[in-house]
Design a protein around this ligand. Structure first.
Ligand code: NIG
Ligand code: FE
Length: 409
């Protein structure tokens, strides 16, 4: 048996429970001062601010610092070839994101680079990104395919995720996103690609147990709400839980569809209408908001406060991808969520831990410092949560612990 006792914690802050927290509950966190956490075999056994257990196992002095659960990044496009720094000049000339895509750039240029890369190359590149994420305090992350856009290429990306889940300390949750764009080969044959997605690609990803979720980019010029419904229904028929990129640039019915179809999460929601918020609340769907993408696209910000008021649980994620958000730092996401969404540090912490865990179906295992959850923890170079949300641009993760093992710091 291996055990770990973290002591001399100046402040322990965590949401509690195994479900997403909504409404005023999103802002209620447990705070313990002068605290300790005891873990055995990678699992949290107990924590408190008195009666510290006496143990012969490993001890770690937190030096009076802040400790929170490991962060959960509920939305990344982790697996891709190349980068897109050439788009920066176009962005600065105000060429819209969807125009770059329609001209065969954007996602489609990453599709070319990803198809050209081998599984080993994609694995090495994503592993380096995961190392960086861990160093910033992320201990669980969702990862999407979506830069293959043909059966074998999408499966290739999903196999990379599976391999990294085994080889890297990070927990990865895989999402099939073959419906990320219409591939150039099907430019004149939408129906052909929809059929391929629903009848071959989704069943193959599900049968090979390479994906847990099915995601679709429901957007002007990409997939309509009706097409998205068909794709997500095919996912459901094959045992894949729906997720949806909705209302990122235009509101074309994605958030309404998310609630109606019972999606576990809806992503972006930058221009989400009131009716969409209602449907999300009714459907119990987590709003997975990506504030660094709003920053990067120089767009407006999702109505996070209205969502919390309507009882929609809000999660916050990076959207790490080579186009709309080449950023994997959840600390920056926390800063932007405070400053632009006007969420409190407590609401933000719940958004990057427990609610993010719920958005990827992992809230029974990670996302809070609760008995029987994984000992995924971050010791921060910060005295309290306010400080963590207030400092900008530094990496404040001092020690990152995954399943009771120190993996950074
Ligand atoms: O979530 N919106 C669609 N997908 C990504 C962007 C992908 C890309 O530009 O490569 C997003 O923003
Ligand atoms: Fe995305």
């Amino acid at each position: 048996m291996s055990s770990l006792l973290i002591h001399n914690i100046g402040m322990l802050v965590t949401p509690e429970g195994t479900e997403a927290r909504r409404g005023v509950e999103q802002g209620k966190v447990r705070v313990l001062e002068h605290a300790w956490i005891y873990a055995e075999n990678g699992e949290i056994i107990s924590c408190g601010d008195r009666n510290m257990p006496i143990t012969m196992g490993q001890k770690l002095d937190a030096g009076g610092r802040l400790v929170t659960p490991g962060l959960v990044d509920a939305h990344t496009h982790l697996i891709f070839g190349g980068w897109r720094q050439n788009e920066l000049a176009m962005k600065l000339r105000n060429v819209p994101y969807l125009d770059i895509l329609a001209a065969g750039g954007g996602i489609l240029s990453t599709v070319k680079a990803t198809r050209a890369a081998t599984e080993d190359e994609l694995t090495a590149k994503a592993a380096a990104a995961l190392d960086e994420m861990l160093a910033f305090g992320t201990t669980t992350c969702e990862a999407k395919s979506g830069y293959g856009l043909e059966k074998e290429e999408e499966l290739k990306q999903l196999r990379v995720i599976k391999r990294l889940n085994k080889e890297h300390p990070m927990d990865l949750v895989p999402t099939f996103m073959g419906a990320h764009a219409l591939p150039p080969e099907f430019k004149e044959n939408r129906e052909g690609y929809l059929k391929l997605l629903c009848e071959e690609m989704i069943p193959a990803a599900a049968k090979q147990k390479l994906a847990k979720f099915c995601d679709v980019f429901c957007e002007t010029g990409v997939f309509t709400a009706e097409e998205s419904r068909r794709i997500l229904q095919a996912g459901l028929d094959n045992g894949l839980t729906p997720k949806i990129h909705a209302d990122e640039i235009d509101a074309i019915g994605g958030s309404q569809l998310a609630g109606e179809i019972g999606a576990i999460s809806a992503e972006h929601l930058i221009v989400c209408p009131d009716e969409g918020i209602e449907r999300l609340a009714e459907g119990g769907t987590v709003a997975c908001l990506l504030p660094a993408t709003s920053f990067y696209l120089n767009s407006t910000y999702a109505p996070a406060r209205r969502m919390i008021e309507a009882g929609v649980p809000v999660a916050l994620a990076s959207d790490y991808n080579p186009g709309s958000c080449p950023c994997l730092n959840l600390q920056l996401v926390m800063n932007i969520a405070c400053l632009k969404y006007r969420l409190t540090p407590e609401e933000v912490l719940t958004g990057v831990t427990l609610n993010a865990a719920a958005a990827v179906g992992m809230a029974d295992k990670v996302g809070s410092i609760d008995r029987a959850k994984q000992a995924d923890l971050v010791i921060w170079d910060a005295p309290d949560l306010n400080y963590l949300c207030y400092r900008l641009g530094s990496n404040l993760a001092h020690t990152v612990i995954k399943k009771g093992e120190i993996c950074h710091g």
